[in-house]
Write a protein that binds this ligand. Structure first.
Ligand SMILES: Cc1ncc(COP(=O)(O)O)c(C=O)c1O
Length: 394
């Protein structure tokens, strides 16, 4: 049997790799999970009622492009959040979570060649792993650009040589960033969009952590692109209810961008996509129209940022996350630190290297741990306190 070569060099996925690393040892205390970014705050109480009220939708094929109600609720949210008016039916595509959208957008929008060669897809390093697999799936060359403390925790795409930039078709960017917790400010976005205009590539802005912030809402790529009058197809943004509304199991998000990009994504989805079941679209419609539960959620994360800052604030090299729910902690060696922490305390965290690729002998994030602040507050405080004394002393 012949199988494709294009995915043969993929490293093992972070979580099975972590299980192999840690599960050969017994935990050194009551287990606290701080590895996976699965929100554990409550989702809104009305979810069950909305599903019950729309249950007859299970008996129908769902609208492929999303119901008009959902499209309209998303467009209204974008207008409120970013002061950008988008067409509900031409510029929005509801998704089954951002992950599939980030993958399928590359299939739908990445050209076969650029300047006669395979195109290049830029992504930060470390990064959310679907970006790389999307690039490989379309025969593009993924280019992993360091996003470390030295570059402000965001990738410095502008520093790439012109001969590389000329072959770029798509640049992924995650803001607020997983795992670094960094936020691209308006000036950063303006510079990236100007670079994309100059070299004619698209920006895929993964903004699924956009609503988990301390005080100031992070600016969005579509917002800045609109303000500076960029090409209408320049930016596609990706948003999710997984983090904003604590509904990772709903599998609901959206892409928004230029009408040509969204039409191409819809076309692919018509052939090969799996639309969200109608009762779940009804939940999503209600969720995008409600900010009360989002404010409550943000308040819970604010309390967690304060706990983290209190416990870890004086650790050399600690940089408080600007947004999102990950800590990105400095250690000598991420794998060794994760094993030590597990064996001595039972706290489970992810070595930073598991989210990165080695390039020219260096793996950005190999000297980091990613710590998800998703557990209930007391559990999280306990986990961080044990982490602090195990890895950094009292
Ligand atoms: C950076 C980033 N992008 C996208 C996703 C996918 O989220 P979902 O598919 O649940 O919307 C995640 C989930 O953890 C993430 O961390």
């Amino acid at each position: 049997m012949a199988f494709p070569e294009r995915f043969s060099n993929l490293p093992e996925y972070a979580f099975p790799r972590l299980r192999k690393l840690l599960d050969v040892h017994a935990p050194g205390g009551p287990v606290v999970h701080m590895t996976i970014g699965e929100p554990r705050h409550p989702f809104p109480a009305w979810v069950g009622d909305v599903i019950a009220d729309s249950l007859e939708g299970i008996g129908r094929y769902p609208a492929n492009d999303g119901t008009p109600e959902l499209q309209t609720a998303i467009a209204a949210w974008i207008a409120r959040r970013y002061s950008v008016n988008v067409s509900a039916d031409r510029q929005i595509l509801p998704l089954n979570g951002t992950r599939e959208g980030l993958f399928n957008a590359c299939l739908a929008l990445c050209p076969e060649t650029k300047r006669g060669k395979p195109p290049i897809v830029l992504m930060p390093n470390p990064f959310y792993q679907v970006y790389a697999v999307a690039a490989l799936a379309v025969g593009a060359e993924p280019l992993y650009v360091p996003a470390t403390a030295a570059t402000g925790d965001l990738p410095d795409y502008a520093s790439l040589p012109p001969e590389i930039l000329e072959r770029v078709s798509i640049a992924y960017l995650c803001s607020p960033a997983n795992p670094q917790g960094a936020v691209a400010d308006a000036g950063w976005w303006r510079d990236l969009i100007a670079l994309a205009e100059r070299y004619d590539f698209q920006i895929f802005a993964d903004e699924c952590y956009s609503e988990l912030y301390r005080d100031t809402p992070p600016p969005g790529a579509l917002e800045i692109a609109t303000q500076i009058g960029a090409h209408p197809e320049r930016v596609v943004i990706f948003h999710s209810l997984s983090k904003r509304s604590n509904m990772p199991g709903l599998r609901s998000g959206f892409a928004a961008g230029g009408p040509d990009s969204i039409a191409r994504m819809k076309q692919l989805r018509n052939y090969a996509g799996a639309p969200l079941p109608l009762p779940l679209q009804a939940v999503a419609t209600r969720a995008w129209g409600d900010e009360t539960h989002v404010e409550e959620n943000r308040a819970l994360y604010r309390a967690k940022y304060a706990i983290a800052d209190q416990i870890l604030g004086d650790v050399p090299g600690y940089s408080p996350p600007q947004a999102g729910f990950f800590l990105w902690l400095p250690v000598a060696d991420g794998e060794a630190a994760a094993v030590k922490l597990w064996r001595e305390t039972g706290v489970r965290v992810l070595p930073g290297a598991y989210l990165a690729r080695e390039v020219d002998g260096a793996t950005p994030g190999a000297d980091r741990l990613r710590v998800a602040m998703v557990a209930p507050q007391d559990e999280m405080r306990d986990g961080l306190t044990r982490l602090r004394s195990c890895l950094y002393g009292e």
